[in-house]
Write a protein that binds this ligand. Structure first.
Ligand code: SF4
Length: 650
């Protein structure tokens, strides 16, 4: 084999039932799929049938790095994970993406990925130590929470090891159980329960291999350039009362692109906290609680979730639903064995969490996640989920399309990675514009003029920055999705890339080429924007094919919840960004300020937008199904016969 740069060249397959391993080559995949999301999705397509149950031994847990993982490429060392998700409804293909250091460690042990199937007879730790694999008895730590387990692993294996482990929620198959890596990295979408179903308490890695880089000097120059582009970035860092920051603690390969830090609570408790809504979800419930409130409750609640292995996003959905059910008299204390009047207090959350992880009483219903819990509680309670929970993906109201029309096609078509795409539109660009507008430029320099330039460069047209019109929104969504999917093959951080707003650039506009330039420098294979985005488009289409095969086939599924068409946008309707922009102000025609308040999505215009979107994708406009011609154009001809047999292709 000639020298390979970036990739390690092989993946490790583990069968926990037979306690055997195999090594398979990565190299057959890299031209078409690069790595990360691309290779993982291809393996899923090849090996997972629509009938596979998420908690069955044959559901694989696919952990995949990318060619940039573990190198010094800035903010590109995340780990992509896929398999069938027990959290989504119905059971279907799910994905996760975690920071910290796990991806770099898998590379350092000599693999591009690890694929785990089967189920161990009794709890095990899968240890890969400098390439030597062992199945270590974990019965004595089964039942320990995540912090205790991490401490044990560090003492038993050593501080230079990395792990991904579960707590009691994963062991008891709570559908929204997480798995935890180091440095506050959490893998959600139910993969903690997938590990629990395999009796897999932890994956422990220790390796020291160096990842070969083809053009180290180019990589250094690019990193320097990236850091000069974000020079002066003001990390959005809302502090909570009762906690203080001890130190920044970014993911490997990211000298600090966001405000991830270790914090100390007044009680002395120390935990890692991210800055996004998932870490502060409990703040939404505290104002309505009239009892005594502990200082820093939101921090303590997140820490409890981290310790037990509960997903904060799904916890938010369940609390939101319980609150609505209680306020409408649909659920009472006697139905839930919870003091619902006390929702918003720390003690309430402790009881809720304990019941869920033990699946005790109504906790057994809640452990199934919001959608399945509402099915048990009854039809009237299901209706209350319309704005809170979708079958898969984000809350339907988050960054919703009545406010940001670009999000319409994303919400309608995407179920596995909504948040990365929505970040591309709403996080840095729009959020910074809102700060600029509301502070007359004091807190951000991202003016309307800069936003228009970003739209031209990153969203393929100035019209994408006019939020009064449907024009240009299908093309923007198409481009954003392809870029996000390509970025997840590396695996680049969606909080950092695409680097659209650059405080250190003379015109404040970043560079959409950075990701493929990093890829070229590390691997020595030259990419341009077309080639790179084409990979993203290919992986997006492969994902669409997976979803079609699992029952989400065609246009009838590409819909928005009804409230988008019937309920006018009010000051709370845009999710997080409405908190900072209650008047729903955005740039309109010619950059003029306008308000989206009172808007709904126009049904006919949305249908036209989707027609345009299907045309760009090369899908059949009437049915929304993929076409043979389109898939062959993308080099996916080898998946046609399966889709044809199932009548899922035009
Ligand atoms: S921007 Fe934040 S989440 Fe992303 S890689 Fe850097 S530290 Fe990790």
């Amino acid at each position: 084999m000639s020298q390979q740069y970036g990739w390690m060249g092989s993946m490790l397959r583990v069968d926990l039932s037979a306690k055997t391993t195999q090594v398979m080559s990565t190299l057959d995949y890299i031209d078409s799929y690069i790595g990360g999301r691309g290779i993982a999705t291809r393996i899923y397509w090849d090996e997972v049938s629509p009938e596979t149950s998420p908690l069955a031994p044959d559901n694989p847990l696919i952990l995949m790095t990318g060619p940039l993982s573990g190198t010094s490429a800035t903010a590109c060392s995340r780990l992509f994970v896929c398999g069938k998700s027990p959290l989504y409804y119905p059971d279907q293909f799910g994905t996760g993406n975690l920071g910290g250091s796990m991806a770099g460690s898998i590379k350092a042990v000599g693999y591009d990925g690890i694929i785990i199937t089967g189920k161990a007879n009794t709890p095990v730790c899968l240890t890969v130590d400098e390439g030597k694999v062992s199945f270590d008895d974990a019965r004595h730590i089964w039942g320990q929470d995540i912090f205790e387990t991490q401490k044990y692993i560090q003492s038993a294996v050593g501080k230079n090891s990395e792990s991904l482990c579960i707590g009691p929620a994963g062991e008891n198959l709570v559908r929204f159980a997480t798995a935890a890596g180091s440095n506050g990295a959490y893998l959600s979408h139910g993969f903690g329960a997938v590990m629990g179903s395999k009796n897999l308490k932890a994956i422990v890695i220790r390796g020291s291999k160096i990842i070969p880089v083809a053009r180290p000097e180019s990589l250094k120059d690019l990193n320097r350039r990236i850091w000069s582009l974000i020079k002066g970035r003001d990390l959005f860092d809302p502090m909570l009362e009762g906690i203080e920051r001890l130190r920044r603690s970014p993911c490997r390969g990211c000298p600090s692109g966001c405000a991830r830090s270790d914090f100390k609570h007044v009680s002395g408790l120390v935990d890692h906290r991210k800055v996004c809504g998932s870490a502060m979800f409990h703040l939404a419930f505290e104002p309505d609680y009239n009892g005594p409130q502990t200082q820093g409750t939101a921090f303590l609640v997140t820490t409890l979730c981290n310790r037990l292995g509960l997903c904060t996003g799904e916890s938010w959905k369940l609390l939101s639903w319980l609150k609505l059910c209680h306020s409408q008299g649909l659920l009472k204390d006697c139905d839930t064995e919870l003091k619902l009047d006390e929702l918003g207090g720390l003690d309430f959350f402790k009881t809720f969490a304990q019941k869920v992880i033990l699946r005790e009483g109504f906790g057994d219903v809640l452990a199934e996640g919001a959608i399945r819990a509402a099915q048990v509680a009854g039809k009237e309670t299901e209706a209350l989920l319309e704005k809170i929970a979708a079958g898969a993906g984000n809350a339907p109201e988050e960054y919703n399309p009545r406010l940001v029309l670009t999000a319409a096609a994303v919400h309608a078509t995407e179920t596995t990675n909504l948040v990365g795409q929505l970040h591309s539109i709403c996080w840095l660009p729009l959020f910074q514009w809102i700060l600029w507008e509301s502070s007359n430029g004091a807190y951000s320099k991202l003016s309307t003029e800069v936003l228009i330039k970003i739209a031209q460069r990153f969203w393929k047209g100035e019209s994408a920055a006019d939020f009064s019109t449907y024009e240009g929104k299908a093309l923007a969504a198409f481009t954003i999705q392809n870029r996000e999917y390509a970025n997840e093959t590396l695996v680049a951080c969606d909080f950092f890339y695409p680097l659209a707003y650059a405080e250190g650039a003379p015109d404040l506009v970043g560079d959409p080429d950075l990701e493929f330039l990093l890829l070229s420098a590390v691997t020595g294979n030259d990419y341009d924007e077309d080639r790179y985005l084409r990979v993203g488009e290919r992986v997006f289409n492969l994902t669409r094919a997976v979803q079609s095969r699992e029952g989400r086939a065609g246009r009838s599924f590409d819909v928005l919840p009804e409230f988008n068409f019937t309920e006018s946008l009010d000051e709370s309707g845009g999710g997080l960004i409405s908190m900072f922009n209650p008047e729903s102000l955005l740039p309109g025609p010619g950059g003029q300020l306008m308000s989206r308040k009172g808007s709904v999505v126009d049904r006919e215009k949305f249908a036209n937008l989707m027609d345009e979107y299907y045309t760009l994708r090369g899908w059949d406009v009437a049915s929304g199904l993929q076409t043979a011609k389109g898939l062959i154009r993308l080099g996916l001809g080898d998946i046609l016969s399966d889709l044809r047999n199932r009548k899922l292709i035009i």
